[in-house]
Design a protein around this ligand. Structure first.
Ligand SMILES: [Zn+2]
Length: 249
C-alpha cells in the first residue's frame, strides 16, 4: 500500500518536476531518515539495548542539557526539598563552565550522566572516532571536577545508530533512554507541561526533562506534589543506587 502510493507519488512528481528535483527530495528524505530513524529505534532498542524503564515501581527523574547557572540550582533545591534523587545527563562544555553545580549534584546524592562534550546537532552523522571523542572528552571533564567519569550515557536527542552502538559497546557504558518524554523543549506553557508530565508519569517510568528550561524549573515543585498525591513514588537514594548497581552489573 505504502509502496504503491510512493510509486504513484514519484511518477506524478516526476512528470511535474525535473529529475534533479526528484533526486534532491529523495536525498533530503534519506538524510532525515538516517537522522531521525535512530531516535525512534531507541524506543524499540533496535541498534542497542538502552535502559528505558525502571524494573521497580519507582519513577526515575532525568534531566538533560545542563548544568545551567540559573535553572539548575532551582531544580536542585526542589529535589532536595522532596528528598528525590535524579540523574543529570550533563554537557561537558557546560560542566566545565559550572563545575560547582556538578559538585553540588554529587554532594546531594544525584548521579551524573554523560550527554557528550558539545551536544553536536548532527551526532547521528558523526564518525565512530568523533562519537568516541565526544563521550571520552565529557568523562575527562568530569574526572577533573569530581574525580571520576560516568558509565551512564544518553546520546543527544536520543540518536542511536550502528556506529554509536559500537562505540558504546567498546567503551562499556550504559545507554539510558526514557519511557516518559516531557517534550519540555517544545511545551513552554507551564500549565500544559505540568498537565503532560502528570499524564505520562506511570509507575516505573524514566522521565526525560531538561534542567536548562525556565518553565521546567517553574512547575517542578507542583509536579512532584501532585504526582505524589496521585500515588507516584519517585526514586530516592536507595532506589537510585540499586538502579545504577544493577545496570552496571
Ligand atoms: Zn540533549
Amino acid at each position: 500500500m505504502v509502496y504503491g502510493f510512493s510509486v504513484v507519488f514519484l511518477v506524478v512528481f516526476y512528470r511535474n518536476h525535473s529529475a534533479f528535483d526528484l533526486l534532491f527530495w529523495i536525498l533530503f528524505g534519506v538524510f532525515f531518515l538516517i537522522l531521525y530513524a535512530g531516535v525512534l529505534f531507541m524506543q524499540f532498542n533496535y541498534f542497542m539495548s538502552a535502559h528505558l524503564r525502571m524494573k521497580s515501581k519507582e519513577v526515575l527523574l532525568t534531566f538533560d542539557d545542563g548544568p545551567d547557572p540559573i535553572t539548575t540550582p532551582k531544580i536542585l533545591d526542589i529535589l532536595k526539598k522532596h528528598d528525590i534523587k535524579a540523574v543529570f545527563f550533563v554537557i561537558g562544555n557546560k560542566a566545565q563552565a559550572q563545575p560547582e553545580l556538578i559538585q553540588q549534584m554529587v554532594a546531594e546524592g544525584h548521579v551524573i550522566g554523560n550527554h557528550t562534550q558539545k551536544h553536536p546537532p548532527l551526532f547521528a552523522l558523526m564518525s565512530g572516532k568523533n562519537v568516541k571523542k565526544e563521550i571520552e572528552d565529557t568523562n575527562q571533564t568530569l574526572e577533573k571536577i569530581i574525580g571520576k567519569g560516568t558509565t551512564l550515557f544518553r546520546p543527544p536527542v536520543g540518536y542511536t545508530n550502528p556506529i554509536i552502538a559500537r562505540v558504546v559497546k567498546k567503551l562499556n557504558i550504559q545507554t539510558i533512554g526514557w519511557s516518559a518524554r516531557s517534550y519540555d523543549s517544545f511545551i513552554t506553557k507551564p500549565h500544559w507541561l505540568l498537565k503532560r508530565l502528570l499524564k505520562i508519569t506511570q509507575p516505573g517510568s524514566i522521565v526525560l526533562m531538561h534542567d536548562n528550561r525556565t518553565h521546567t524549573a517553574a512547575i517542578l515543585d507542583d509536579y512532584l506534589n501532585k504526582a505524589q498525591q496521585n500515588g507516584i513514588i519517585f526514586a530516592k537514594q536507595a532506589t537510585l543506587n540499586a538502579f545504577i548497581h544493577e545496570i552496571n552489573a
